[in-house]
Write a protein that binds this ligand. Structure first.
Ligand SMILES: [Zn+2]
Length: 421
């Protein structure tokens, strides 16, 4: 039976209270922060008072990691995760077993909303270096096999490789394709240009990790002729919101509180663009309360026509990553450069810029000394995909200004993208 809006609100209010009480008891950072916000008693820690708590920035997490970590919990179940994030700021995180279990459950809910079910085949046009590179371990391979998933590296989408993917997918016949939005778009454009009509996937395409524009969606739909769904998530908090049908708003999942804050006043707003902040209700290792993801979106006051009463994000506006073209003509997904910086010490923020077909700039804001060996390692990882004819230059500015829209982009390509390799 469907829950009413009041039932959903009541359920989430109870979980918010539990999380805030936990945070005040076990995380020094939040104890100080709540006191400063005037929340001095545990009975003050309510859903209504959530917005009195200042927004948690990526910078806060970088600076105050130790005092954000809970002091009481069995750390054996914790796992470190790090995010380059769409804002280009690297963040280290700690996630516990409950977070991972509830996160998996949320992903299943999302996948089942979008044409997948247990036992179905999935092709993933996806990949961070830790997801796809040679370091991949046997356990992950077995899990992929058992869960009927096949991985296609999206970082390197050159024409011969896309042709190979197409042949392989024709044999594999996946039910769904899960892809970075721009990878699905690039692949669809390639197939249309080559006049190849894919006989796959049978059920759906699920786009994630980046904004899916209307233009991208219609190209992908034209090519594959199955419903194309959008999903919004992040490495820090997992799957946040999912479309129930192509083109609809995105239902936010119940294990997260999603607020959209006015860009100037930072008060919650509806039906107008604002900063997306998320409170993760599950993770107790490092509670994220009103965490600013660096994305811009719109929360709508209108209920979804499907009848499910969870809050709805009408759109996520501010996420994109360019493809970068290597001097050889090879296309590389912009997120590759994010992944290069995952988990790097003393890197506060970075930006990767393609100035011309052969000239590239890596801008790094340091939060400590970067040893020559570290820089060499970064250079090595980048040259590995760009090739040795690329001219790579490091810059260490004090700050990296955002775009006029206020959005920060971690990759910028000034070289025109075309598909001819
Ligand atoms: Zn709906």
């Amino acid at each position: 039976m469907r829950q009413s809006p009041a039932e959903i609100e009541q359920y989430q209010a109870k979980r918010i209270h539990e999380l805030l009480v936990y945070a005040v008891r076990h995380c020094n950072f939040y104890r100080r922060r709540f006191l400063a916000a005037g929340l001095t008693q545990e009975r003050d820690l309510t859903a209504e008072n959530l917005q009195l708590i200042p927004v948690l920035t990526k910078h806060n997490v970088q600076e105050s990691m130790e005092s954000l970590l809970a002091t009481n919990v069995n750390r054996r179940t914790w796992r470190q995760n790090s995010s380059g994030g769409s804002s280009g700021q690297t963040v280290m995180l700690m996630q516990d077993a409950t977070y991972r279990e509830e996160g998996d459950a949320t992903s299943y809910v999302s996948d089942r909303m979008q044409g997948w079910d247990f036992g179905k085949r999935v092709a993933m046009l996806w990949g961070g270096p830790q997801d796809t590179r040679s370091g991949r371990n046997i356990k992950d391979r077995v899990l992929l096999y058992l869960s009927n998933h096949r991985l296609y590296d999206s970082f390197d989408m050159n024409v011969p490789r896309m042709r190979r993917y197409h042949r392989n997918l024709e044999c594999y016949q996946p039910d769904s394709i899960v892809a970075y939005s721009s990878s699905a778009y690039l692949f669809a454009r390639f197939l249309l240009e080559q006049q190849l009509s894919p006989s796959y996937p049978r059920a759906s395409i699920i786009c994630s990790a980046e904004t899916l524009t209307q233009e991208m969606r219609s190209i992908v739909e034209d090519c594959f002729r199955v419903p194309v769904y959008n999903r919004y998530g992040s490495r820090e908090v997992g799957c946040i919101a999912s479309q129930c049908k192509p083109g609809s708003g995105l239902h936010t999942h119940l294990d997260k509180i999603v607020e959209v804050l006015d860009l100037k006043t930072a008060t919650p707003v509806l039906d107008t663009p604002g900063r997306i902040v998320v409170t993760l209700l599950s993770n107790r290792a490092l509670p994220l309360i009103r965490y600013d993801l660096g994305d811009i979106g719109i929360r709508t006051s209108k209920p979804c026509v499907c009848g499910v009463n969870t809050p709805v994000l009408e759109k996520v506006l501010g996420r994109s990553s360019d493809f970068i073209r290597a001097p050889s003509g090879r296309l590389i997904h912009g997120e590759y450069f994010t992944h290069v910086f995952y988990g790097r010490r003393n890197v506060r923020q970075f930006q990767f810029v393609q100035e011309s077909p052969t000239n590239f700039v890596v801008r790094v804001i340091k939060s400590g000394e970067l040893a020559p060996a570290q820089l060499e390692d970064i250079r090595h990882e980048i040259v590995a995909v760009l090739g040795s004819s690329a001219n790579l230059r490091f810059e260490f500015p004090e700050c990296i200004p955002p775009l006029p829209s206020g959005k920060f982009r971690f990759t910028i390509s000034n070289a025109k993208l075309s598909l001819e390799a």
